[in-house]
Write a protein that binds this ligand. Structure first.
Ligand SMILES: NC(=O)c1ccc[n+]([C@@H]2O[C@H](COP(=O)([O-])OP(=O)(O)OC[C@H]3O[C@@H](n4cnc5c(N)ncnc54)[C@H](O)[C@@H]3O)[C@@H](O)[C@H]2O)c1
Length: 259
């Protein structure tokens, strides 16, 4: 296997998104030229935090479009996406979408632009491995289609689950992974297996040519350099909220403690 690296938690913004042309890692305009020998991309190099906010803008824009909105100001869009408007304007300037002064952004054009940058103008086939409680809930969720994805294949190692039909798909045995990934042109996979199985599943996915993994299992995966891994862990998110709750309670207790 090539050089290994570990996964990033979803929402982590420490790493610049990889791309060759356009902007530097901190989001400032770069020299615009790929390094010698580096693969060139027509897409701008974006800070990872900007990439993470683009889907929020897209979601808000679709809501506006569904409501009949043609034009939106940066303040309206920022509020709908839950970010501050200066940050939004900076993010959109990376896409060369500056809007029209006094008018705002054309909703349809901005949707097209963001979908293009995120690579959503082609529907992406996703494999889901581990069809237990969580996997079945994910497989049955109908909302991925409108966001640019469809779950194209379900896998499990449990022979009693193989053949079950979920959301119109038949659960396949994990041994069929290579064949199905090739025929369905799958580059993205979701892991919803127990933690003890997740690394072996990740290795098998990488061996089949999968280059992006969304990991729900509570463990760190080791993958080659060319593979992107994002981790979702609701328990970690709750622990972070717990910290804030804990801190709030100590702040309100402080004046009494002093007096
Ligand atoms: N990220 C989160 O917020 C979050 C929330 C809930 C659960 N989880 C995690 O998601 C995972 C699944 O949870 P669950 O409750 O659905 O568990 P589950 O036991 O109900 O389902 C796991 C499934 O994985 C299958 N499996 C086991 N080894 C496999 C392998 N090598 N290849 C293919 N399939 C395999 C099992 O047969 C089973 O169907 C666990 O790791 C759990 O900790 C994460």
């Amino acid at each position: 296997m090539s050089q290994q690296r570990s996964e990033r938690p979803a929402g982590s913004d420490s790493r610049p998104a990889r791309s060759a042309a356009g902007l530097s890692a901190d989001g400032s305009p770069g020299h615009g030229l790929p390094e010698r020998g580096a693969p060139a991309s027509e897409l701008p190099d974006l800070p990872e935090a900007t990439v993470a906010r683009l889907p929020e803008y897209l979601r808000a824009l679709h809501v506006l479009a569904d409501g009949g909105g043609d034009v939106v100001s940066s303040e309206e869009l920022a509020q709908a996406a839950g970010v501050n408007s200066a940050k939004l304007r900076k993010d959109l300037s990376y896409l060369r979408s500056n809007g029209t002064r006094g008018v705002g952004y054309d909703v349809g054009q901005l949707i097209d632009k963001i979908e293009h940058v995120l690579g959503l103008n082609q529907h992406r086939a996703v494999a889901l491995v581990g069809v237990g409680n969580l996997g079945q809930a994910l497989a049955g969720y109908g909302g991925f289609g409108s966001r640019g994805f469809h779950i194209a294949a379900l896998f499990d190692a449990d022979p009693t689950r193989v053949g079950d039909r979920i959301a119109g798909l038949s659960v396949r045995h994990i041994d069929e992974l290579a064949e199905v990934v090739a025929t369905e042109h799958i580059a993205i996979a979701v892991i919803a297996t127990p933690a003890h199985a997740a690394q072996a599943v990740a290795d098998a996915l990488v061996d089949c040519g999968v280059t992006s993994i969304l990991n729900f299992a509570p463990c760190v995966l080791s993958v080659p350099e060319n593979v992107d891994v994002r981790k979702v862990d609701l328990a970690i998110e709750l622990q972070i909220l717990s910290f804030h709750e804990h801190r709030k309670s100590t702040l309100t207790a402080l004046p009494e403690a002093i007096s």
